[in-house]
Design a protein around this ligand. Structure first.
Ligand SMILES: [Zn+2]
Length: 486
């Protein structure tokens, strides 16, 4: 059994000021693609492990992904999908294809880019070759994608720590489908909601009961898979919002009925989706006064894993203004890193930091400090962390010690998914009291183990959780968060 494996993944924030170009993608082909993911906690790691577990020959084709950012350039999207299709064609005959897609890729001209990709792949494969697609829990899934794919499997955890498991699940179902043991039929139901990211944590209400119901459903006779996506509110696309996808064995009515049942459950909890999260000033004051330390602050408006700038200063400004001490904050600022590198370790200097990418992420601030370390920025994470990533590169990084805390200035936008981002540049988390992680839910997998308390912060930026309805033009107009406010 010859199974193709491919990945084309990007979470595109259509509100971000910087588009995503072809050069932003990390691309690997053939054996190098398999080497990058073998043994990792990513879903492609699961696709690869499935070869041994379920007895197929793996044809590693092509993998491309980029740090979340703005809408993907048209030329980049066309180049990536052209290569994907070429490589699938070159590997034919295939018995099936495992395709990892994010679910929230938006390209110029194709706001529902993953739907377009699946449509192109299906056209190439023809109607009969099983095509199993995996998605991030933050996908905005169009019904057409569920029709074109044989089955869609979505991560069940946020922070995402089950990606490998979902890859293996897709691999198992695909092999059973190829052997003719099961006949997947799918149904999608989309509750007409904006599901605010403040409630995406699958370990808490109101999402936990919905996810628990999906997990329970998956164990029922006749059901092959049951998924819940929370959606991705930072993309103005037609199918923005959550969904339920149920895959049944040959029984369309069962799939339809159960998808609708879970959608009704999600809908019934809609009035719990009203965020009340403190401002940077309030959150920093709470962190300073907290008796439970260390505290990790989630800077939600500058969620790098959600495609924001990474150089927001709203929380940093408050830390400085309120005289906080013992804090650690990683900030994207290649210019400041260059200044530190030029001055050298031990140099004292005054720097202008942050707020440089655009005018949505706070003012550029003046800080004084001493350069403590310089590092090339590469690190490895071997534990299960959100995103399943193993090899990381935050670019040349300088640690500047200020009177109140440490600024880790990096030259590549780097989502805070691993504490090794700090350890690798000489920062020992055990020695500090306040961490600022530029993210919403995802950083918890790394930061909860070292934190006595998590404080969320409703800050401004490309991933502000309070974006007004007027900013959306393509999204469906009747979504509940908006209709409730009017
Ligand atoms: Zn996600």
């Amino acid at each position: 059994m010859r199974i193709g494996v491919a990945l084309l993944s990007h979470e595109s924030n259509t509100f971000a000021s910087f588009p995503t170009a072809l050069s932003d993608f990390q691309i690997a082909r053939g054996a190098a693609f398999a080497d990058r993911y073998r043994g990792t906690f990513h879903e492609v790691g699961g696709f690869i492990a499935g070869a041994e577990a379920y007895g197929y020959e793996i044809m590693p084709l092509f993998g491309a992904n980029a740090t979340p950012g703005g809408t993907v350039r048209a030329a980049a999207y066309e180049a990536l999908t052209a290569e994907l299709l070429e490589r699938i064609w070159g590997a034919m005959p295939l018995d099936g294809l495992l395709l990892g897609l994010h679910g929230a890729m938006a390209a110029e001209g194709f706001p529902q880019a993953d739907g377009e990709t699946v449509s192109r792949v299906r056209a190439l494969l023809g109607p009969d070759i099983p095509l199993f697609v995996t998605h991030d829990y933050h996908g905005n899934v169009p019904p057409q994608l569920v029709e074109d794919a044989t089955a869609l499997i979505i991560y069940k955890t946020c922070p995402h720590i089950d990606q490998r498991e979902r890859g293996l699940q897709a691999a198992e179902l695909l092999t059973r489908t190829v052997r003719g043991e099961v006949q997947p039929v799918s149904s999608i139901a989309k509750p007409e909601l904006v599901y605010n990211i403040a409630f995406h944590n699958t370990n808490m209400g109101p999402m936990k009961p919905v996810m628990d119901a999906a997990i329970e459903l998956e164990g029922q006779p006749g059901i092959l898979a049951a998924s819940v996506a929370a959606g991705y509110q930072y993309a103005d696309v037609p199918w923005m919002g959550p969904c339920i996808v149920v895959v049944a064995d040959g029984d369309q009515d069962l799939a339809d009925r159960e998808a609708q049942r879970l959608a009704d459950l999600m809908w019934s909890l809609r009035d719990e989706l009203l965020p009340t999260i403190p401002s940077p000033a309030e959150a920093v004051a709470t962190a300073i006064a907290s008796e439970d330390k260390p505290v990790s602050m989630m800077e939600m408006g500058d969620n790098i894993g959600g495609g924001s700038a990474g150089d927001s200063t709203f929380v940093l400004e408050e830390l400085l203004r309120q005289g906080a001490s013992g804090w650690v904050l990683a900030l994207y600022d290649p210019e400041a890193v260059e200044a530190c590198a030029a001055a050298g370790i031990g140099a004292q200097l005054t720097l202008l930091v942050g707020g440089k990418v655009d005018d949505e992420h706070g003012p550029t601030l003046t800080v004084e400090g001493t350069v403590r370390t310089l590092h090339d920025g590469k690190f490895i994470e071997t534990e299960v962390r959100h995103g399943g990533g193993r090899y990381w590169n935050q670019g040349l990084t300088a640690v500047l010690e200020t009177s109140g805390g440490l600024l880790a200035l990096n030259s590549r936008r780097t989502p805070p998914m691993s504490l090794n981002q700090l350890r690798s540049v000489g920062i020992m988390p055990e020695q500090h009291e306040i961490f600022v992680a530029k993210g919403s839910v995802a950083p918890r997998a790394a930061y909860e183990p070292v934190s006595a308390r998590i404080i969320e912060v409703d800050s401004g930026g490309a991933t502000s959780i309070s974006r007004p309805r007027e900013d959306y033009q393509l999204a469906r107009s009747g979504l509940y968060e908006w209709t409730r406010q009017s």
